[in-house]
Design a binder for this molecule. Structure first.
Ligand code: CP
Ligand code: NVA
Length: 309
């Protein structure tokens, strides 16, 4: 079992399904008012180079609910790479806390922290991947149907959220179509790794430039912002390039029974119309809720493995 949770690709399908089952159990327990104290006395450090609502609150609340504690670290306070090297930050934190959740621009930084820490490092989003979001999305899909029978379609930017979804779908054997402009396809390494994983799991992975073709017959249609954190200077150009990829009534006419997914934050009227985001087929707040439960399952898995508990 890997020490860290940096990419879903590092974890076996069996481990992912076990975490999914535990996430579903934790959700039921939480809804019935039970708070299992499995991480009593454990501490998670949380480091954010980018803004966050869901990731911050769900990790902090998740730790508290499991009997543990979370500490928020700000980049201007810690100064990774300016005040102190990533190596020394990793070595110091390893002496004090039981895990680090990091949201960084550079994926290489979370890898460097993981290499130099003896504690587990959890990827809370990098420019490359967002594995915690993908776990919550899997839980949301599993709440509706067997993920291995689901046809998931992602429309929009081939970025971190799409990359992790691709890898997760390929791992667990889901049918996954992705439609992006040719200029904003997922990186070649993600497509290649997904195809390798899909060959093992039986997943079907396909990319198309035509969103109508991709959406046809889907059970779930997913989108993400067109302008990710750190790309604000490109917002105007991106609005132009992605305009044909908006999730709207005309596009989802090809999948009238599809459930709609979005990792949030959303921009109503850009990547998805407000009507659909707030409509009866939207599962966006389920996804947001499941961030809490899916991450608690990840936290238990990596933190309890470390201590052998
Ligand atoms: N979906 C997501 O990661 O939300 P935040 O950026 O608010 O954490
Ligand atoms: N792709 C988005 C996801 C936000 C959760 C971003 O990186 O800003």
């Amino acid at each position: 079992m890997p020490k860290d949770f940096l990419s879903v690709a590092d974890w076996s399908a069996d481990e992912i399904m076990k975490m999914l089952a535990r996430a579903q159990e934790l959700r039921s327990l939480h809804r019935s008012g039970e708070r299992p104290q499995t991480l009593q006395g454990r501490t998670l450090a949380m480091y954010f180079e980018k803004p966050s609502l869901r990731t911050h609150v769900t990790f902090e609340a998740g730790m508290a609910q499991l009997g543990g504690h979370a500490i928020l670290l700000r980049p201007d306070q810690v100064g990774i790479g300016t005040r102190e090297s990533p190596l020394d930050v990793a070595r110091n934190l390893s002496r004090w806390v039981d895990g680090l959740m990091a949201r960084t621009f550079s994926h290489e930084l979370v890898e460097l922290l993981a290499e130099n820490a003896t504690i587990p490092i959890i990827n809370g989003l990098t420019d490359r991947l967002h594995p915690c979001q993908a776990m919550a999305d899997l839980q949301t899909i599993a709440g509706v149907m067997n993920p291995q029978e689901a046809k998931l379609c992602y429309v929009g930017d081939g970025n971190n959220v799409a990359n992790s979804l691709l890898l997760l779908a390929a791992k667990v054997g889901m049918r996954f179509r992705i439609s992006t402009p040719g200029s904003h396809r997922p990186p070649d390494w993600v497509m290649a790794q997904s195809r390798e994983l899909a060959a093992l799991s039986g997943a079907e992975i396909a990319w198309s430039e035509d969103p109508h073709e991709a959406v046809e017959g889907a059970n779930f249609v997913y989108t993400d912002t067109w302008t990710s954190m750190g790309q604000e200077d490109e917002a105007e150009e991106r609005r132009r390039v992605f305009a044909p990829y908006q999730i709207n009534a005309e596009l989802v006419a090809g999948a009238p029974d599809a459930w709609l997914l979005h990792c949030l934050p959303a921009h109503r009227g850009e990547e998805i119309t407000g009507e659909l985001l707030d409509g009866a087929r939207s599962l966006i707040y389920e996804q947001a809720e499941n961030r809490l439960h899916a991450q608690k399952a990840v936290l238990e898995r990596v933190m309890l493995a470390k201590s052998g508990a």
